[in-house]
Design a protein around this ligand. Structure first.
Ligand code: AP5
Length: 210
C-alpha cells in the first residue's frame, strides 16, 4: 500500500500513521520526524530546518524534496510506504507524483484527516513530546511509552500554532483538491477515539485496490 496522510497540524496524522503502518506492514515516513531527528543529532540538515520549524514555516522544497527522493531509494519501501507530513504543497505533490511515475509505483490513496481549529489548538497546546522516542502524550511527566523525559515542541507554543494553521490553509490545503482531482482522496473525521479513527481509516482503505 502506498499512502499519503494529509491534515492540519495536530489532526493526529502521526498517531494514526503508527497504527496504519503496522497494519499494512509498511514504513512510516514523517518528514517532521526526520527533521527533528537531524536536529537532535546536530546535523547541517537539522540546523537548516530548525529556523523554519520554530517559526511554523515550511522548510524549503529544495531541501525537503531531496530528502524524500533519497528516502524513496531505501529497500524498505519496496512493498509500500506511508507519508506523514509530505507533500505539504502542490509543488511537493507534483515532485512526488513524478518520482513515483518514474518508478511505476503510483499512490493508492491519500487519507485526509479533518478537525476543527479549536480542537487542534487544544491538542497541540497540551501535547508533550518524548525527547527519546518522539512519542506524543498529554498529561504525563515521563513518556508513557519509553519513560523518557518529555518537552514542549517549540512549534507547539500558541503563537507558532497560529502560524502553522495559516500555513496549512495557504500552502497545504490546496493539495486536498489536487488529490481529489486525481481520484485519490479519502476524508476521515479526526474527532473521536484513536481506535475508532484507525478503524474508519482501515475500512475506507479496504475499498482501495492495491
Ligand atoms: P510535522 O512534524 O509534520 O508537524 P504537523 O504536520 O504540524 O503535525 P503534528 O506532528 O503537529 O501533528 P499530527 O497531525 O501528527 O498529530 P499527532 O498525532 O501528534 O512538521 C513540523 C514542521 O516540520 C513543519 O511545521 C515544517 O516546518 C517542517 N516540515 C515537515 N514536513 C515538511 C514538508 N513536507 N515540507 C516542508 N516543511 C516540512 O497528535 C496531536 C496531539 O493530539 C498529540 O498529543 C496526540 O496524543 C493527540 N491525539 C491524537 N489523536 C487523538 C484523538 N483521536 N483524540 C484526542 N487526542 C488525540
Amino acid at each position: 500500500m502506498r499512502l499519503v496522510l494529509v491534515g492540519p497540524p495536530g489532526a493526529g496524522k502521526g498517531t494514526q500513521a503508527q497504527f496504519l503502518a503496522a497494519h499494512y506492514s509498511i514504513p512510516h515516513i514523517s518528514t517532521g520526524d526526520i527533521f527533528r531527528a537531524n536536529l537532535k543529532a546536530g546535523t547541517p540538515l537539522g540546523l537548516q530546518a530548525k529556523g523554519f520549524m520554530d517559526k511554523g514555516e515550511l522548510v524549503p522544497d529544495s531541501v525537503t524534496n531531496e530528502m524524500v527522493k533519497d528516502r524513496l531509494t531505501h529497500d524498505d519501501v519496496a512493498n509500500g510506504f506511508l507519508f506523514d507530513g509530505f507533500p505539504r504543497n502542490v509543488a511537493q505533490a507534483e515532485v512526488l507524483r513524478a518520482i513515483l511515475a518514474e518508478k511505476k509505483t503510483p499512490l493508492h490513496a491519500v487519507l485526509e484527516f479533518s478537525l476543527a481549529n479549536e480542537e487542534i489548538v487544544a491538542r497541540l497546546s497540551s501535547r508533550r513530546t518524548c525527547k527519546e522516542c518522539g512519542q506524543p502524550s498529554v498529561g504525563h511527566d515521563k513518556c508513557p511509552q519509553c519513560g523518557g523525559d518529555v518537552y514542549q515542541r517549540e512549534d507547539d507554543k500558541a503563537e507558532v500554532i497560529a502560524r502553522r494553521l495559516e500555513v496549512y490553509q495557504e500552502q497545504t490545503a490546496p493539495i486536498v483538491s489536487f488529490y481529489r482531482n486525481e481520484g485519490l482522496l479519502i476524508t476521515v473525521g479526526a474527532l473521536g477515539s484513536v481506535e475508532d479513527i484507525t478503524a474508519h481509516a482501515i475500512s475506507a482503505l479496504s475499498r482501495v485496490s492495491e
